[in-house]
Design a protein around this ligand. Sequence first.
Ligand SMILES: [Zn+2]
Ligand SMILES: [Zn+2]
Length: 100
Amino acid sequence: MIHRGSCLCGGVRFEVAGGIGTLTLCHCSQCRKAQGSAFVAAAPVRSADFRLLSGEELLQAYESSPGKQRVFCRRCGSPSPTRGRCSRVLASSSHFTKGR
Ligand SMILES: [Zn+2]
Ligand SMILES: [Zn+2]
């Protein structure tokens, strides 16, 4: 199962060839501000399964707390999947278009 996703402007595209972990909601004040919403919904995927298809040059990272990078598209401002600890990538559920 390949899941594809993109940012709002479509410049950043990626796919995940494998399982998507349990969706986590985080309501902390940083996530709320970063998302402009009441919470962040994100799911971990294995880095090995994650492939950035386009938009590498659009990615901008902001270190919101030590070791925690929040990555977003500099053209449309959408949060992008972020490489986390434990060789995992956090992908926001809002990115995914229909899996194929
Ligand atoms: Zn974008
Ligand atoms: Zn949070």
